[in-house]
Write a protein that binds this ligand. Structure first.
Ligand SMILES: [Cu+2]
Length: 206
C-alpha cells in the first residue's frame, strides 16, 4: 500500500505532449467562450406596433419595432409596402437602442401592407423579417407577395454600406478573441518551456 504521488498532475511532470495538450485545451476553451455568446445572442423582434396581422380602422402613422437587445447602428431599414410593392415610409427610421421607429406617409389607403425590416443584431449579424397588417374593414390578407418572391424592384432592402459593414464586424470579434486565446495558450506553453529549461539548468549546475 504505497502512497503513489500524483505525478502526472504536477506541473513539472506534464512533459512535452502534456503541455501541448494543455495549450490546445486552453485555446479551445478561449475560442469556445468567445463563440458561445455570438452563437446564442442573435437578436429577435419581440414586439411591434401595430402588431402582426392587426387590422386597423385608422391608418398607422408609424411602425415601431422592438428587439431583444440594442441594435447596432450599422444599418437598418423598414419598408412598408402595399400589394403593388409601393413603399409607404416617409423619412428615416429612428433607432433608439432596441426600438426602431419608422414614420409613414399620411393617409394610407385601405388594403394590406407588409412591414419588411432589416437590422443588424447586437452580435453583428444582419437579421430581417416581415409581417402583414391590414388597414380598413375591407382589406384582404394575402395580396402582398412574400418578400423575396418573384422579380421585385426593391431587392436592395438595406443600404449597401450596412450589408457590407454588417457582415464584417461579426468576424473581428471572435477572431480577436481567438487570437487572444491562441496567444494566451502559446504564452503559457512558452512560459512552461522556459520554466522547465530553467529547472533543468539549475539541476545541471548542481
Ligand atoms: Cu447572431
Amino acid at each position: 500500500m504505497s502512497k503513489k504521488p500524483l505525478r502526472f498532475y504536477t506541473w513539472r511532470n506534464l512533459g512535452r505532449r502534456g503541455s501541448s495538450l494543455l495549450a490546445v485545451a486552453l485555446l479551445c476553451l478561449a475560442v469556445g467562450w468567445a463563440n458561445a455568446p455570438a452563437a446564442s445572442a442573435h437578436d429577435q423582434l419581440v414586439s411591434s406596433t401595430p402588431a402582426p396581422a392587426e387590422r386597423l380602422s385608422v391608418p398607422p402613422s408609424s411602425i415601431s419595432l422592438k428587439f431583444s437587445s440594442p441594435l447596432l447602428k450599422l444599418g437598418y431599414e423598414v419598408r412598408v409596402v402595399d400589394a403593388a410593392l409601393k413603399n409607404w415610409v416617409q423619412g428615416d427610421p429612428l433607432l433608439d437602442r432596441e426600438t426602431l421607429t419608422q414614420p409613414l406617409a399620411s393617409g394610407l389607403p385601405e388594403g394590406e401592407y407588409q412591414v419588411r425590416w432589416r437590422v443588424v443584431s447586437s452580435d453583428g449579424h444582419p437579421i430581417n423579417g416581415s409581417y402583414s397588417l391590414l388597414v380598413g374593414d375591407s382589406a384582404q390578407a394575402g395580396s402582398v407577395p412574400a418578400p423575396g418572391t418573384a422579380a421585385q424592384p426593391e431587392t436592395k432592402a438595406v443600404p449597401d454600406a450596412a450589408t457590407a459593414q454588417a457582415t464584417s464586424p461579426a468576424l473581428p470579434g471572435w477572431l480577436i478573441a481567438a487570437g487572444i486565446g491562441a496567444a494566451a495558450g502559446l504564452g503559457l506553453y512558452l512560459a512552461y518551456l522556459a520554466v522547465r529549461r530553467g529547472l533543468r539548468n539549475t539541476a545541471a549546475d548542481k
